[in-house]
Design a protein around this ligand. Structure first.
Ligand code: ACO
Length: 320
């Protein structure tokens, strides 16, 4: 017995910010951003927030699965940019869905968060602790970015993606997750207030700071490594995989992974040119777009992979 994805959804903010728009805020240009990252535009919240986008994505996923909100008994939201420390985002989604029976919590593993959350929800289902789960990645990265720092502000965007999973004979086959806390400084954001007793301590990293090249090296090594482990543990050949749906951080990372694995880029769908890096939301947004435009066929073998701050990584193999 395992679990499988039975519905998908996504929500992105209405406001589109192009590379040209950013060149009016910081010293950058479309050529630099496009050639180094593949990103052309991103969606940025104005009226929307993390829990609202999570709710909208969840509603779509439930409709797609033909499941009523009250039938969900577990909601996990992967986010590092919640609207409030408490209540958690998953509880906010539960309230908006008018669901009374779900266990609700958030999970923060940055850009790997969605894969971590799926793995936890899957484990709950296999352990018979839940029957139907909503797993959501939702982020307002625009709120933790220094909009005066051209090195980071051009990379990120806001959005949410959601899936519904339930018990099934076929679906998730295997997952590899890992963390390396010794590399925490590679991507870091403090985001906390001081207590009265601490006095006025200056925040070291009030906004997202990143050692871009270290993150690049980590991603192009760790992602192929974890895919290799996954295939070995599940006795699957690399040619059997129909799609590699990777976290949409940067087109150069994705093409390096494709080269290292010796797999053509056609098997690595990309939508980061429209949305930028939406952290925990990027994999489920892409999954939903592929589901809605008919790219995913029943029986397809799919690898999904996230990697990011922590450092963290997670890669799953599933049958659609
Ligand atoms: N526009 C114009 N010039 C810029 C910009 C910009 N937006 N940003 C930096 N530069 C300049 C720098 O100031 C530097 O100028 P200098 O040579 O005069 O000092 C020059 O461009 C090169 O800067 P680098 O930081 O060395 O550029 P690099 O080639 O490493 O590219 C990038 C930066 C795109 C971030 C790259 O390191 C990368 O892809 N890293 C992966 C990290 C990533 O994708 N992180 C996403 C978040 S984490 C995650 O999701 C896993």
């Amino acid at each position: 017995m395992t679990s499988r994805i039975v519905g998908t959804g996504h929500c992105v903010p209405e406001t589109v910010i192009t590379n040209d728009d950013l060149s009016k805020i910081v010293d950058t240009n479309d050529e630099w951003i496009s050639s180094r990252t593949g990103i052309k535009s991103r969606r940025i919240v104005k009226e929307e927030n993390t829990s609202y986008m999570a709710y909208m994505a969840a509603k779509q996923a439930l409709d797609n699965a033909n499941i009523l909100p009250e039938d969900i008994d577990l909601i996990i939201v992967a986010t590092s940019t919640p609207d409030t420390i408490f209540p958690n985002t998953a509880c906010c989604v539960q309230g908006l869905l008018n669901n009374k029976k779900a266990v609700c919590f958030d999970l923060n593993a940055a850009c790997s968060g969605f894969i971590y959350a799926l793995n936890v929800a899957h484990s709950h289902i296999v352990a018979k602790m839940a029957k139907k789960a909503l797993v959501i990645g939702s982020e307002c990265m625009s709120k933790v970015i220094n909009w005066k720092d051209r090195g980071t502000c051009v990379l990120f965007g806001d959005g949410a993606g959601a899936v519904v999973i339930e018990e099934s004979k076929e679906g998730f086959i295997h997952t590899v997750v890992g963390s390396d806390g010794s590399k925490g400084e590679a991507i870091i954001c403090d985001g906390h207030s001081n207590s009265y007793f601490e006095g006025e301590k200056e925040k070291k990293h009030p906004f997202t700071e990143m050692n871009g090249q270290e993150v690049f090296r980590f991603a192009v090594k760790k992602v192929p490594e974890s895919i290799g482990q996954l295939l070995e543990k599940s006795n699957t050949l690399i040619e059997e995989i129909d799609w590699y749906i990777l976290h949409q951080a940067n087109e150069r990372i994705i093409s390096s992974v494709s080269k290292r694995l010796g797999v053509p880029m056609e098997k690595f769908p990309i939508n980061l040119e429209q949305y930028g890096n939406t952290s925990a939301a990027s994999v489920p947004i892409l999954l939903d777009e592929m589901n809605r435009n008919g790219m995913l066929k029943k029986g397809d073998k799919i690898v999904i992979s996230g990697f990011g701050a922590g450092l963290t990584w997670g890669t799953s193999l599933l049958i659609w």
